[in-house]
Design a binder for this molecule. Sequence first.
Ligand SMILES: C[S@@+](CC[C@H](N)C(=O)[O-])C[C@H]1O[C@@H](n2cnc3c(N)ncnc32)[C@H](O)[C@@H]1O
Length: 251
Amino acid sequence: MMDKEVNIARAIASLDTSLFRYIESQTTDDDKYSLLAVQRAVRQKAEYVYLEIGSHLGGTLQPHLLDPRCTTIYSIDPRPLIVDDERGEKQKYFDNSTERMMRLLSAVAPDQVQKIRTIDKAAPEIDPQTIDPRADLCFIDGEHTNTAAIADFEFCIKVLAPDGAIIFHDSDLVYKGIRQLLARLRKSDTKHFPLKLGGSVFAIAFGGSPLASATYIRSISKSIHYHFLRSAVRLRLNRHKIKRKLKKRSS
Ligand SMILES: C[S@@+](CC[C@H](N)C(=O)[O-])C[C@H]1O[C@@H](n2cnc3c(N)ncnc32)[C@H](O)[C@@H]1O
């Protein structure tokens, strides 16, 4: 192995978040730590394919771009300038373009950018047959509404390689969608392992995914998934209660 490859392998193995240093990402340090733990598990395969829904500047693509074991990257993003989220807020993405992202990524690893395939569409508009090779790891970080998270997951399932994994960012916003998806998977008897990781990362590993057996993944798993999903519900209820109390007081 060349020195560069050894250094990248070491950085991923030690969950070194400086791998995200070149391009700004919409993630916290805890998120980055979790994302690297997932990458460390997935790269146990000699080669893997990464698919991302919602890339903006390419911040979360960086560690996969740098990783020589990642042979293909799909970046799916219809590039809207304003996006809804589950809080009812409008997120603005200035100068949100594939050209800008590719310029930034080209400066990070000019010898690796050819492995990126960009698709300027929302996932449900894409023919799953065009995703060849299939993805070993899908990351959902597009529109943060339950409806979009479910639609993105449904697309990912169609293009996922056997023993693949799907991860969500901002799981605290789309937990209701995740809960629905987990209920469906249980009902259809699909072998899966839900994992709540640090930050707002939530993973669902399928079949014999290396994520399901990685002990360090379990060790950074903040709480068992159903505790997260339940406490998220409780949090919501509390918020409603507080709002009601405040309303009563002001009336
Ligand atoms: C939070 S940013 C992604 C940040 C990126 N993953 C990072 O941390 O570096 C969300 C991105 O989702 C994109 N987006 C909005 N709606 C989308 C949709 N329906 N499908 C895919 N991407 C979408 C936006 O254009 C924006 O670039």
